[in-house]
Design a protein around this ligand. Structure first.
Ligand code: GAL
Length: 413
């Protein structure tokens, strides 16, 4: 008996020794709000439970984080893994061969058939190889409405943009800021994109975002979008300039404002505040006009480690596999307020808003290309600058703004 115990003990020690050594991976991302932090903790916990060490490298604000992340990788100081938007952010880094190739893992785990819509994985490809793993589907096409603000003032809760716009004056009379907005460029630019679909329609959106048509950019339908954005700038408070998106969300959560147009990551804040969709707040996809989603979102990239360190690459592949796995996808997206990148999971815990989003996702006709996947970073910056200038300058007419918008589309790369 003694010999058997000794053999078992030896086997256990050997097994422990041969298990993958714990590897530290520094992970950069810009998920620093309450909801985002709760969501990214799901990833960190899963990676640590696998026996490794998630070294968190949070950098607040996408506008700050993105250039830091890109310059570190291109400058030879790579992190172990990083979040970026699904799209063209890392295009130059992938082309320069600075990212770990995930193709073998993707083929082994059949990502091509489990990740939907296919364009999410397509955005990770270069010359037929795969260099990122999409982790969620975020759409900007949402409006978040505080129900209590309307019920307490004897008003009908708006179900679409026009009803909301019609309620703005009465809200102001009740001392409520109609629209909560954060003045950061990406927020203004994102809101303008939502108006383009909700008021211009999906054909107009595609004509501009996919076909890059200057005629569509100059159309009367697009004029209506510029006029609505002009109206929206009269529905905000003076403190909107520079306000963070989650502080604007908090204005709706606490009833200081009636509504916010923001991506579904805002839902993570409502969740952390203990609010229930359909009870304390409503969510209107496509501003309740055109219930469509753009399939933006986030993907994880794994910069090549110095000397192609095999231990780090192995840990990178292990993380990529975890991020796309069923349980992690459910737990992460429920906290993030986003939709999962795979359709073969049980989302019994999904709330009313996620159920609305999943239903929209069922019909490919309802899926729009996200701006991040159509325009270069430079062109995206030009759009942002124009919308920010227009939203901040009440003397800038819709006509003047639209003329400049057409020029950007005409010269887009
Ligand atoms: C987006 C990102 C979301 C959310 C948002 C606000 O770019 O895809 O995950 O974090 O920024 O920070």
């Amino acid at each position: 008996m003694h010999r058997i115990k000794a053999a078992l003990a030896a086997t256990t020690i050997l097994a422990g020794a041969t298990a993958a050594a714990a590897t530290d991976l520094e992970v950069t991302h810009w998920w620093t709000s309450g909801g985002e932090a709760a969501a990214v903790a799901v990833f960190a916990d899963a990676f640590n439970a696998a026996g490794h060490n998630w070294v968190d490298g949070a950098i607040a604000g996408g506008g700050n984080a993105r250039p830091i992340i890109i310059s570190r990788i291109s400058g030879g100081d790579p992190m172990g893994a990083t979040q970026l938007n699904t799209g063209r952010d890392a295009e130059d880094l992938v082309k320069a061969g600075l990212m770990t190739d995930l193709t073998e893992l993707a083929e082994k785990e059949d990502w091509a058939n489990i990740i939907r819509p296919a364009k999410l994985l397509d955005a990770c490809k270069y010359e037929g190889r795969i260099y990122c793993v999409p982790v969620n589907i975020h759409s900007f096409q949402w409006m978040w409405v505080n129900r209590g603000v309307y019920e307490d003032n004897g008003m009908a809760v708006p179900t679409n943009w026009d009803e909301f716009a019609g309620s703005a004056d009465k809200l102001r009379e009740a001392g409520i800021i109609p629209l909560a907005v954060g003045g950061e460029p990406w927020q203004i630019n994102g809101m303008a994109g939502v108006f383009t679909v909700a008021l211009g329609g999906t054909e107009l959106y595609r004509a501009i975002q996919v076909d890059k048509s200057p005629e569509a950019a100059a159309s009367p339908e697009m004029t209506r979008v510029f006029e609505a954005v002009a109206a929206a700038r009269n529905m905000v408070d003076d403190g909107f300039v520079g306000r963070a998106w989650n502080d604007a969300a908090n204005m709706v959560i606490t009833g200081k404002a009636g509504a916010q147009i923001m991506g579904d990551w805002a839902q993570g804040e409502f969740s952390v505040a203990g609010l229930t969709a359909g009870k304390e707040y409503d969510c209107l996809p496509g501003l309740g006009v055109f219930p469509v989603l753009d399939t933006g979102g986030d993907a994880f990239y794994f910069p090549k480690p110095a000397d192609d360190n095999a231990e780090i690459v192995a840990a990178q592949l292990e993380m990529a596999s975890l991020l796309v796995s069923k349980q992690v996808q459910v737990d992460f997206n429920l906290k993030k307020g986003s939709l999962p990148i795979r359709g073969d999971i049980d989302l019994a815990a999904a709330n009313d808003c996620m159920k609305k989003g999943l239903a929209i996702l069922e019909n490919p006709e309802n899926i729009l290309p996200s701006g991040e996947q159509s325009w270069s970073s430079d062109t995206q910056g030009q759009f942002e600058d124009l919308w920010v200038e227009f939203f901040n300058d009440p003397d800038m007419s819709a006509e003047e703004a639209q003329a400049r918008y057409v020029e950007i589309v005409e010269n887009a790369d």
